[in-house]
Design a binder for this molecule. Structure first.
Ligand SMILES: NC(=O)c1ccc[n+]([C@@H]2O[C@H](COP(=O)([O-])OP(=O)(O)OC[C@H]3O[C@@H](n4cnc5c(N)ncnc54)[C@H](OP(=O)(O)O)[C@@H]3O)[C@@H](O)[C@H]2O)c1
Length: 254
């Protein structure tokens, strides 16, 4: 009698994103780039955008995306045209474009503040409407916000308002876009090129301080946030919620 061995059960993590398309708006650096990298390693095709064509090209050389597009995502006409040109269905869309603006109200530059609203309020809204009918049922829209501005502090007025707005947006969009799922990642310090730009010469000190003080005894990196993003794409029970990834930073208030 010939003995046959049952084929090994496919490992879920190898199968999850096979044949799926992940679009990352802001995918040429930091959290977005690392999410695209992890999605590729799980079998997904990726589509990357960012403003700087050279940065995007470097990411494309590594990840071999289906396509890339260099444009400012707050340009809503460009955003709409970009999605109109993408073949449907898309499985997941992640928004990582943007940067924070921490400043006391006395020094607030209103032009720059408007730009913040464009990036962190109007862009998510436009994106949500643009992807209706493009993302398949059960697919995910993911956004990234922060935990730092949850507690009032000098210089956090604008980020605090936008942090609160994005949580509210997430819950409501989860109803409006259903059965597409909508979730928000709230990060503490993440060791990305953005953090390096914001902190400049203070970066190493901040890394050392957090490594000593955080309950996880290391800083959070883009791979940690990307792993959460991949989970939010593949766990179809999750929608309308905010997921913190901060290594316990809120617990120690630093
Ligand atoms: N790093 C942190 O500690 C941290 C913590 C909490 C929340 N966040 C948020 O997480 C998101 C990603 O942060 P990150 O640290 O990964 O930043 P990052 O390294 O600067 O990456 C941001 C990506 O978005 C692109 N981008 C930025 N503005 C854009 C725009 N207007 N249109 C199109 N693409 C744009 C960038 O490329 P181009 O510059 O070439 O456009 C880049 O690909 C940001 O919204 C940030 O505020 C970060």
């Amino acid at each position: 009698m010939t003995r046959t061995t049952a084929p090994a059960a496919p490992r879920q993590e190898d199968q999850h994103l096979h044949g799926q398309t992940v679009v990352v708006i802001g995918g040429s650096s930091g959290i977005g780039l690392e999410t695209a990298r992890q999605a590729r390693s799980l079998g997904a095709e990726v589509v990357l955008t960012g403003r700087d064509p050279a940065r995007l090209e470097r990411a494309a050389t590594e990840l071999q995306p289906l396509t890339t597009a260099a444009f400012d995502a707050t340009d809503t006409a460009r955003l709409t045209a970009f999605f109109a040109d993408l073949p449907a269905p898309i499985d997941h869309v992640m928004l990582t474009a943007g940067s924070p603006y921490y400043v006391p109200i006395t020094e607030l530059d209103f032009a720059r503040a408007h730009r913040e609203l464009d990036e962190h309020l109007w862009l998510p809204l436009h994106l949500a409407r643009t992807i209706i009918g493009k993302v398949r049922p059960g697919g995910a829209m993911l956004m990234v916000s922060g935990t730092a501005a949850r507690r009032p502090a000098l210089g956090l007025t604008l980020p605090a308002a936008l942090t609160a707005a994005l949580s509210a947006l997430t819950a409501n969009l989860a109803l409006e876009l259903a059965p597409v799922r909508v979730n928000l990642i709230a990060a503490g310090f993440v060791d990305t090129p953005l953090s390096a730009r914001l902190l400049g010469d203070d970066l190493d000190d901040r890394r050392a301080q957090l490594s000593a003080a955080l309950p996880i005894r290391r800083v959070v990196g883009p791979a940690d946030v990307a792993a959460l993003a991949l989970h939010l794409m593949t766990n179809t029970a999750l929608t309308g919620a905010v997921y913190d990834v901060d290594g316990g930073q809120q617990l120690i208030g630093t």
